[in-house]
Ligand binder design. Structure first.
Ligand code: CUA
Length: 338
């Protein structure tokens, strides 16, 4: 190595400079949303280690290649062969052992990180989450509140218990750096502790059908006082007005993911002006939309498909999911949308 010492010194300096530069560049160009939970800080710590390693290895390889190509290129008039190099045992051991050690250490740090992120916290607030095609609903067992937005106090550890009645969905809030699948027939859990007030967005991160891209819901992180006020407001709602109850059912049961109330064409027919209308069916018949038709359309949706809309999209189980009172309230709500 003696006669190459000068080259190695130059390369080492260039690799060091390259690492610093690439590390800076990657951190600058990689857009990360704000860190808004305890878990976000933990994940980003792990990410920073990876970015530093990526910067180092990128620089190591590129500098060696570029330096060799430039400094040891064949000059004009040079016709002979280069030095013949026949293996280097020490080098081969080093380049096997070092990456192996790095991968083992990263695996260890990764496992520790996962433990830290999923560790149960004292005073967790449990929220039951239903993710369905194509909406979210959040139920608070302590207060009985069901809502289409998630409202949580800042710095409050939250445990979500999540279920899906249809296909696989995935709960993802980028600012919290947590993502967890919802798997039919199982309850999956995810924990996070929000550290910043503000409005964030749950996105579904698993391709789940026609309106997957619209499967979003707001997550509002508020002060404890604002949270108490929200609970008061939610629990004080009178349930004796059928139209108001119907609206609540429509919002929390996911109806409005596919049926608009303003005439917009979504996956299913709009509810605006629906009651009393003559609808042409896929099978050529015509029906008048009255109470009986709406009831049938809710409990047995595929029996009479409105012309131009796909069959098999509306869940078949609303007859079991909703009480008769809720179905009647829904019909009253649809009647009110003239
Ligand atoms: Cu649910 Cu994508």
């Amino acid at each position: 190595m003696g006669k190459y010492r000068r080259h190695f010194t130059i390369v080492a300096v260039l690799v060091a400079l390259g690492t610093v530069f690439m590390d800076w560049l990657l951190r600058t160009v990689l857009y990360l949303p704000p860190e808004a939970s305890t878990q976000a800080r933990i994940v980003d710590g792990l990410l920073r280690i990876h970015i530093a390693l990526i910067a180092f290895f990128f620089s190591l390889i590129v500098v060696f290649v570029a330096y060799s190509v430039i400094v040891f290129r064949a000059r004009s008039g040079e016709e002979g062969d280069g030095d013949f190099i026949h293996g280097h045992t020490t080098l081969e051991i080093v380049w096997t052992a070092v990456p192996l050690a790095i991968v083992i250490v990263l695996g260890f740090i990764g496992a520790r990180t996962l433990n830290e992120m999923t560790a149960p916290q004292p005073n967790e607030m449990v929220i039951q989450v239903i993710g369905r095609q194509w909406s979210w609903s959040f139920t608070y067992p302590d207060t009985g509140i069901t809502s289409t937005e998630m409202v949580v106090p800042v710095d409050q550890p939250v445990l979500l218990k999540m279920e899906s009645p249809d296909v696989i969905h995935s709960f993802y809030v980028p600012e919290f750096r947590v993502k967890q699948d919802l798997v039919p027939g199982r309850v999956t859990e995810v924990r996070f502790t929000p550290t910043q007030t503000g409005v964030f967005l749950v996105r579904c991160a698993e391709l789940c059908g026609t309106a997957h891209a619209d499967m979003r819901a707001p997550v509002r992180v508020v002060t404890p006082e604002e949270y108490q006020a929200w609970v008061q407001e939610q629990t004080a709602q009178p349930a004796d007005d059928p139209v108001a109850l119907g609206q609540k059912v429509a919002e929390t049961q996911g109806c409005l993911a596919c049926h608009s109330i303003d005439g917009t064409r979504l996956v299913g027919p709009t509810w605006q002006g629906l009651f009393g209308k003559e609808e042409a069916l896929e099978d050529g018949r015509t029906v008048t939309v009255d109470e009986e038709y709406l009831y049938r359309a809710i409990v047995d949706p595929d029996a009479e498909i409105v012309a131009g809309f796909p069959p098999g999209v509306m869940p078949q189980n609303y007859g079991e999911l909703l009480s008769d009172q809720e179905i009647q309230a829904l019909i009253e709500y649809i009647k009110s949308l003239q």
